[in-house]
Design a protein around this ligand. Structure first.
Ligand SMILES: [Zn+2]
Length: 320
């Protein structure tokens, strides 16, 4: 599942590729993937991309019509950019699959945007009628979606307004000190409402901390040496804050290697690799030694989720 760093990687990549381009065509190949299709003709077709933002795992593409495309990649969503004239420009990010490099559209393609040349806002008033490049929204399992929303209403969408603090800022950078302190205070207040719940379940709650999914939850708890099943009420403020900070640090490590992009998912010889190998300490590393103590990592279930931990570094709290 794409998490905050994967979606931020999508945002950064798209910013370099589609900012300033006009959307010439919108081909909706699966209706469930694109809500509000009646808004496409008036507010999306012909619109120019003016900005790209991210709220936790939600991507927002702002248009010069004062409408925005709000995109949630969910479990298996990915965005792939192709330039017919320049194969070197091919790019893909999100859930890593062979569709990154397959001929597109393929069976997972749900929406195709035809894009014009990138141009200065002043340069072209006439729409070219041929798309030079395409942006493919692929989604094998069809949980992801795109909505068309008036730009001023984006932050009022329930799934954005209800988000807890993010471990990194809207551009995937560490928070400034004052913002960090405010985020930690909000996180503690929200987490403390779930005193009897296992800490892993609580940090996965998007109202407690936005953007943390299964990968960064496991990584953060390992870094903070806390067993994922520990009840929040048995942890100190210092321990809880350490988990929040560690999630941000692990996300930075992931961003540094490109999240799950085409470039990190495929090895130089073209065979699929695991981008997780480049930053993960425990996630999907069961049976391999803990990087800190050498004990073999185990996989278990906590809060209904597959959970990776070091049985030596992350001792369960003894019963009181
Ligand atoms: Zn260990």
């Amino acid at each position: 599942m794409p998490e905050l760093p994967e979606v931020e990687t999508v945002r950064r990549g798209l910013e370099t590729l589609i900012l300033g381009r006009r959307i010439l065509t919108v081909d909706i190949r699966h209706e469930k993937s694109f809500a509000d299709d009646d808004l496409v003709e008036p507010f999306v077709t012909g619109a120019r991309v003016t900005g790209l933002r991210r709220y936790a795992k939600v991507l927002v593409i702002d248009l010069d019509t004062a409408y925005s495309l709000v995109i949630h990649l969910k479990m298996t969503g990915q965005l792939v950019f192709r330039d017919e004239a320049d194969a070197e420009a091919d790019w893909g990010a999100g859930h890593p699959t062979k569709s990154f490099v397959a001929a597109l559209p393929d069976r997972s393609t749900r929406v195709v945007f035809g894009l014009g040349e990138r141009a200065d806002a002043s340069a072209d008033d006439v729409l070219p009628d041929v798309a030079h490049t395409h942006l493919f929204f692929n989604d094998q399992r069809i949980f992801g979606w795109i909505k068309v929303v008036p730009t001023p209403a984006v932050e009022q969408l329930p799934f954005i307004a209800g988000l807890g603090p993010q471990p990194l800022d809207a551009r995937g950078e560490p928070l400034a000190p004052a913002a960090q302190a405010a985020a930690e205070a909000r996180f503690l207040t929200a987490a403390r409402r779930h005193a009897r719940a296992p800490v892993k379940a609580v940090i996965l709650d998007q109202a407690v901390a936005a953007g943390i999914g299964n990968i960064y939850a496991d990584e953060a708890l390992w870094a903070a040496r806390i067993h994922p099943a520990t009840r929040v009420g048995d942890l100190t403020d210092q321990q809880l804050v350490a988990v929040f900070r560690a999630a941000g640090e692990s996300m930075l490590d992931s961003l540094a290697v490109g999240g799950s992009t085409m470039a990190t998912y495929f090895q130089v010889d073209g065979t699929p690799g695991s981008y997780l190998d480049q930053f993960a300490q425990v996630f999907r590393r069961e049976g391999r030694p803990c990087p800190r103590c050498g004990t073999l990592i185990v996989k278990t279930r906590v809060a209904g989720r597959g959970t990776h931990l070091c049985p030596t570094c992350q001792l369960p709290r003894p019963p009181a």
